[in-house]
Design a protein around this ligand. Structure first.
Ligand code: ADP
Ligand code: NI
Length: 214
C-alpha cells in the first residue's frame, strides 16, 4: 500500500542539502497547492500529490545525471507498490515539467496541468520573490543592473556565466510571464494576486533604487 510518509522521507533526504530554492519547503508547498487545485478541477489527488512530491528529483540543476535520477525515482515508486500505469503517468508529468523549463511543451493530462500550475505558483508572490533573491544570491548574481533592466528573453548560458543575469531581471524573463501560462482556472485566480504583489514589489524596488520616494 502506498505510504505518503515513505515518499516524503525519500524526497526530503534527497533534498537535504539543497539550497537553490528546491528545498523541502518548496516541495511541501507545491504538494499542498496541487491538492487544492486537484480538488477544484476534479483531478486525481493521489497522482497529483505523488508527482508534486517527486517533481524536482530529476532537475539537472540538482542531479548530475537526469537518467539515473529518473530511474531511482521509478525504482522507488515501484517498491512502494505503485502500479506501472500510475508510474508512467507520474514520469510523464515530471519529465514534461522539467523539459518545459527550456522549451514550451504542454501537459497532456489534467493531473499534469495541475502539478505544473502548482510548481509555477510557488515561483510567484512573496515566496517567489524570496526564492528569486535566494537563488541569485547562491549564484553570486547582482540584485539589479539598470543596464539590463526588463530584458524579457531568456539569457543564454554564456550570459549567465558572465554574471549578466540579475534577480530583478528574472521577473521580466520569467516570473511576469507565468500568470499567462497557467493551465487551470483556479491557478489563474491564485496567480493574479501573487502577480500583482510582485509587480508592486518591483515598482517599489525601482523607485527606491533611483531614490524617487524622497
Ligand atoms: P522550480 O521549477 O522548482 O520552480 P527552478 O529551477 O525553475 O525551479 O527555479 C527555482 C527558483 O529559483 C524559482 O523560484 C525560480 O523563479 C528561481 N530562479 C530560477 N532561475 C533564476 C535566475 N536566473 N535568477 C533568479 N532566480 C531564478
Ligand atoms: Ni519545483
Amino acid at each position: 500500500m502506498w505510504q505518503n510518509k515513505n515518499i516524503e522521507k525519500f524526497v526530503s533526504e534527497k533534498l537535504d542539502h539543497e539550497h537553490s530554492g528546491h528545498d523541502w519547503g518548496h516541495i511541501d508547498r507545491v504538494r499542498k497547492i496541487a491538492i487544492h487545485i486537484a480538488a477544484i478541477e476534479g483531478a486525481d489527488r493521489r497522482i497529483c500529490e505523488i508527482a508534486a512530491l517527486v517533481h524536482d528529483l530529476i532537475d539537472d540543476k540538482l542531479f548530475d545525471d537526469e537518467e539515473i535520477a529518473l530511474n531511482e525515482v521509478i525504482y522507488f515508486l515501484k517498491s512502494e507498490g505503485i502500479s506501472e500505469s500510475d508510474i508512467n503517468h507520474i514520469v510523464e508529468i515530471i519529465t514534461t515539467m522539467s523539459f518545459s523549463k527550456s522549451q514550451e511543451k504542454s501537459m497532456r493530462t489534467l493531473e499534469g496541468k495541475v502539478v505544473q500550475d502548482a510548481d509555477r505558483l510557488d515561483a510567484l508572490g512573496a515566496i517567489g520573490i524570496a526564492r528569486t533573491f535566494k537563488y541569485a544570491g547562491a549564484k553570486g548574481d547582482a540584485m539589479y543592473n539598470p543596464a539590463i533592466k526588463a530584458r524579457t528573453e531568456q539569457m543564454t548560458k554564456d550570459e549567465y556565466r558572465n554574471g549578466e543575469s540579475t534577480a530583478i531581471n528574472h521577473f521580466y524573463e520569467k516570473l511576469f510571464k507565468l500568470k499567462g501560462l497557467m493551465n487551470t482556472k483556479e491557478a489563474v485566480k491564485i496567480a493574479e494576486e501573487r502577480h500583482n504583489f510582485m509587480e508592486h514589489f518591483v515598482d517599489q524596488f525601482l523607485t527606491e533604487w533611483v531614490g524617487k520616494d524622497f
